[in-house]
Design a protein around this ligand. Sequence first.
Ligand SMILES: NC(=O)c1ccc[n+]([C@@H]2O[C@H](COP(=O)([O-])OP(=O)(O)OC[C@H]3O[C@@H](n4cnc5c(N)ncnc54)[C@H](O)[C@@H]3O)[C@@H](O)[C@H]2O)c1
Length: 432
Amino acid sequence: MTSALFTKIETKQATIGILGLGHTGLFLANEFRQVGFPLIGYDIDAARIEKLKRKENYLPFFDPQSLFNSIDTQQFIPTHDPSVLSRADILIISVPTPLNKQRMPDLTILEGAAAIVVSVVRNGQLIVMQSTSYPGTSEEIFIKAIEKKGMKVGYDFFFAHVPEREDAGNPQVVLSKVPRIAGGMTPECLNLAKRLYEEITIRVVPCSSIRIAEATKVFENSFRLINIAFVDELKVVFDRMNLDIWEIIEAASTKPFGFTPFYPGPGIGGECIPVDPIYLSWKAKEFQANTLLIDLAIDVNTKAYKYVIQKVFLSLNERLKCLKGSKIIVLGVAFKKNVTDTRESPALKIIPILKEVGATVIYHDALVPEIPFLQLKSTDLSETLLKEVDCVLIITDHDYYNWEWICENSQLIIDTRNATRSLKQYQHKIIR
Ligand SMILES: NC(=O)c1ccc[n+]([C@@H]2O[C@H](COP(=O)([O-])OP(=O)(O)OC[C@H]3O[C@@H](n4cnc5c(N)ncnc54)[C@H](O)[C@@H]3O)[C@@H](O)[C@H]2O)c1
């Protein structure tokens, strides 16, 4: 049975069904379409499907032309009807893995996706889990549910995990050049997934098991979380010593071995780094294992924004100004540069607190026109406005900003990203 699907993959005759057409799912659909695979795209969000059918893009920095060109020929079928997925030879799950209100893994979306897979799975299908989750997710949430139907993994259906390794907003990272890791439930499962992803990726790195692949992804993101927390903590330490952490990191980066640079900031955001390590630490508890470093890093990172607020307060104080009554403009509210995504963004924590203590807060972000839950809209930047505000607070250093012009016209700049590092002539009004 595997050889038939293997041949279908090699000849690009295999129809791929993708569950979840968000940042990663739609990008993946585009990649597979570009190399010639027929596609079915299913999303629970009917509005997104309607947009796709009208050939309207809903994602930034994304050129969907090859997908749109394939709609009329039925080579790309966007659908809100999950039963259409039963026509696919391969199913790829790319649904969100968020946290609940208690900041614990919210598995309901994965469970919802599993219910859909169970309803459409048929003999000979390859199912690939792409969403990031704790080691054991594929087996516990998906395979167990499918096997309850009387189908056996590795015989009746094939299951693999190939996590996404996207660096949103970073044009230097070309997806096809990033090696992908893959783990399968059986060697046949791995072979099929490996052959499939070789069509769109420079290299597929096989893992000895599906759990190793799942663990690798959460390990990568935990590694980043911990290192960012480390530099955030050292930022405070070196500030007290009146030492510039960015200069120290730059100097340390000249070491050709044993050092990887990470940079401090106002706190981490996005749906990956602040979230995925919690999936790992949550699962670790089941094995009576501690994840002290992850827990500590989460704590340090979730408090990083408080240090920014303290900086604003102290810098205004230094200029004989009170936070209450001051006018502050926040530059950049997306969680990182060059993205539109505000999920878990530190700006969304900082703005309400500054407002609560009586500051007038406005913001500018050309990529985020409004923040509905704060009832704020991005304001236009002008020389007059910059001169008028008491403080410019740089939270996200989008590439489009003209820092020299901003510094020239502002009274006080709090730069949480070291975006103004090269502007030596304005250092007297810049606080990092
Ligand atoms: N965005 C990134 O840069 C990135 C990078 C690496 C890994 N990931 C991981 O990829 C996964 C998906 O993330 P994303 O950023 O693409 O999420 P997203 O929120 O951008 O998109 C998810 C899509 O899934 C849809 N959806 C929700 N439940 C569904 C269901 N039951 N069936 C079908 N569709 C459903 C949503 O409507 C949405 O369109 C997550 O596990 C995330 O951690 C994301």
